[in-house]
Structures are given as C-alpha cells and as structure tokens.
Write a protein that binds this ligand. Sequence first.
Ligand code: ACM
Ligand code: ZN
Length: 511
Amino acid sequence: MSDAIQVIPRPAQLTRVEGQYEFSAQVCIFVDPAAPHVAEALLRLLGPSVGVRGLRAEPVSGNGAGGITLSIDGSRREALGEEGYELRVETTGVRGVAATSTGLFWAVQTFRQLLPAAVESSADADKKGWSVPCCHIVDRPRFSWRGAHLDVCRHFFGVEEVKQYIDLLALYKQNVFHWHLTEDQGWRLQIEKHPGLTDQGAWRTKQDGSRYGGFYTQAQAREIVAYGQARSVTVVPEIELPGHALAALTAYPELSCTGGPFQVTGEWGVFEDVYCAGNDKALGLLRDVFDEVIDIFPSRFIHVGGDECPKTRWAKCPACQQRIRDEGLTNEHELQSWFVRQFDQYLTEKGRRLIGWDEILEGGLAPGAAVMSWRGTEGGIAAAQAGHDVVMTPHRHVYFDYKHKDGEQEPGRLGINSLETCYAFDPLPPDLTAEQSVHILGAQGNVWSEGMSDWPAVQQLVWPRMCAVAEMVWSPQADRDFADFVERLRSHGPRMEALGVNYYRDETVWA
Ligand code: ACM
Ligand code: ZN
C-alpha cells in the first residue's frame, strides 16, 4: 500500500487501512472540554494550514461530516494507561480517544506526523487537497520518563530556543525536559533572595575580555514551565550540589572551604572549589534556592546534580572535618552522602523527590533518592536492586555532545555516538528481576554544551539522535528495528527542515 506510515516513535499497534481521509475546505473539530491543551495544540497545528471552522461543543458525527473528534474516556485507563491513546483515521473522519488529556495530546502528535511536513511550516504554501492515510493505532509508552537534558550553563540559550527544544520533544512524545541550570561556568536562574547568584554568577569574562552569559528571570522560567505543560512536557530543574558550584561561589565565596576569591570560569572540566559541607550557611543558601525553585517548578522530581565533586578541599577543611566527626561519618564520600541526604529530606518534606547523578551512590544513597545513571548502567542497576528509582542516561549511548562520526567536522567533543549506537540502547538491564525493573523509570538524551556555542550547533548534535531516544523509551522493545527506524526517519528530514531545525544529515539515513 502506498503512503507508508512513518510515525516516530513507532506505535505499539498500527494497522494501515485502505483509503485516505481528505480534508474538506475547513475542518470541524471536537475536543473534549477536559483537554483544553489538546484543543490548543490542534488549532496551532491546523489553524494556519487547512483552516478550522471552529471547535464544536458536541462530538462530530461519524456519518461523513469529515470532522476530527478527540475524547477522553476514563474507562479506557486499564487498556491505554496514563499516556496511551487510540486513533482511528477513516475516510469519514478522525477519532482519537484516551483515558487522560496527556494521552490525547500524544494522539495529536501522531496525527501531526501523518500530515505532510508542510504542516509545520509557517510559509504560505498551497495546502489544499491534503490527505492522511487511513489507519487504526493503539499506542502507549513503554516508559514514563522519556527525557531530554539541556546544559544552558556552558553556553546560554534564550527562552525562544528552549521553547523550540520543548516543541520538538513534544513532537516525538518526549515528556521530560531536564534543565541544567547551574554550573561552574554560569548560574542561570534568578533567585530573589540571593541576587548575587545571577548578578555575578551569570556572567564570565572571555579570553578576549568580553562578557559572556545570561540568565532566566523567574517570570521566564515560569513561562517555560507553562510552555511545557501546554505540550505535556514536565520541566525538571537541576541545581548542582555540592560540586560544579564556582559561579555561586564567585558571588558568595564565604560558602566555600577556602573563602576564595573565585571567578566564574570559561574553562571546561572539574573544579576543586565546591560548597563547604561544614558550613551551615552553604546549606542555608541552597535551601533558600530550593524554596524558590519549588515554587517555580511543579515537577515531582528536583535534580540536585551530585556528579564530579572533588573531595580535596573537604579533606583539608577544618569545618568539613568537624562535620565528619559530629555526624559520625568515616570519610569525605560519606560527607557528600550526608550533604545530599539533607536535601533529600528537605525536598521530601516539601512533597518532592530528589534525583541526582550516579555519584550520589558513593557513601550511601539517601533514602528517597532516585538515580540518574550516566557513567554507565552499573549505578542504575545497583540503585534499582536497592529499590531506588532510576533514569538511564549512559554516556556511551545517549550523550549528544559526542560526535556522530569519527573524524568529522562537528561541534561536539570527546567520544562518538552514532545514531545506531544510540538506538541500540535498551534502558532495561537484562539482569534485573521484575520487581527491580519497575524502578527503571526510563531514559534520556543529555546535551552538554561545552562544544556548542550557538543554537544551530545544539540542533545539529541533538537531531536526529533524539528521535532514536524517543523511540527507545516509547516503543515496545520487541518491535524496535534500526533499519525500519531509519526508513521512517528519512521522511522526518523535511519535517525538521520545515521546523527550522539544523539537523545532522546522517548518511545512513539521508544518503
Ligand atoms: C555528567 O555528565 N557529569 C553527569
Ligand atoms: Zn569545608
């Protein structure tokens, strides 16, 4: 049958049916009033192109009215889960149903991919005579955490760029945006109680003497959160502790072990000056930060970093050594554990959950902590075996600061992760029991921006590899096939182009 259906991520069940749904001059739409963000998404999609006659208060009848009907039916929860949907495209109309508004939103993203790529373009092309292949899809995700991370600290990207990132995630049914907001190279979130964090911490001096930096005001951060909510994407903020803290310590050097002074750095790497674990004021500042972060970000999880914290300053610091004695700890690794535990407790009291990089396993994991396993899958496996939730993000598969290909002129750094290497990763380790496997929440692609000084560079490193992650975390493992993925991906080039994405023209896909 012509018009192969090229949806990414591949739906769990898909049947192509004879025929096409033809758009009439202007299409009638009914969207369940309980799903206003779905109605908005459909209007955004179709309004400028095919035209929408209006939202109907009643479902469009199925007798050739040619409309689109999207409804919520709570009784389908068992079959479709929290995020699943059923979509029927028939010659007489389009029907989507889900148990939740989120599921219905994903139905719209599937429908979007059935439409010609030109639907994404604001250019006023001739959009008459569009059709969509008839089909029947029943779909639900394999994992609940389908994420993408972005480092806005090594290089800063503005609100519009972050919104475009979220737009693309939603298109591929990715539901978590992990926003890496603090670093040695810049603090990017306004904190009202401690203005120095951005007054000084958001700016660094480049080698040529010019100032580089930027930050998001709280209003802008709330705008991003709302933008995500409108697209079924949860924004998970990351505030790094106890390491990667030079920008904060530049503003507040008294919170370090040595007292400074420090400079927000323009160099890459791991730096020895970190928050002093013996200083109650350091913990106090971070608690103040989390108070404001919690108010801005409604996400259940708050990321506290925890990676790459050298212990050299703590080993020589009288206050840190006093803390070790007072708390009955045996070494600096346990001191880091103690430090992280303070925030696990704090966030838990506020009804949130802490997540951190896999180094938080060293010296003992805080009781409520979830682990983001980046150095490999071992940390994630150990955490799941101990009953902790896990997000897999092993750098050898899903770090997008690595190049696509050896020797290629690319803005990335360090290693190589081909599209196939990325696609091949299965977030579920084979040696976990069924009970332990439940703790694998999902996976995500990570984007560290040392080697990406502008937005086109980010896009080139992220796309299309993020499509591989999207399919990895959504589609049934047994149905995943790289050759089949590549075949479908080919048609997404024009779509990304229409969206203004500078994607990598991977020769395994676009020969
Ligand atoms: C990391 O890549 N340092 C989490
Ligand atoms: Zn100290």
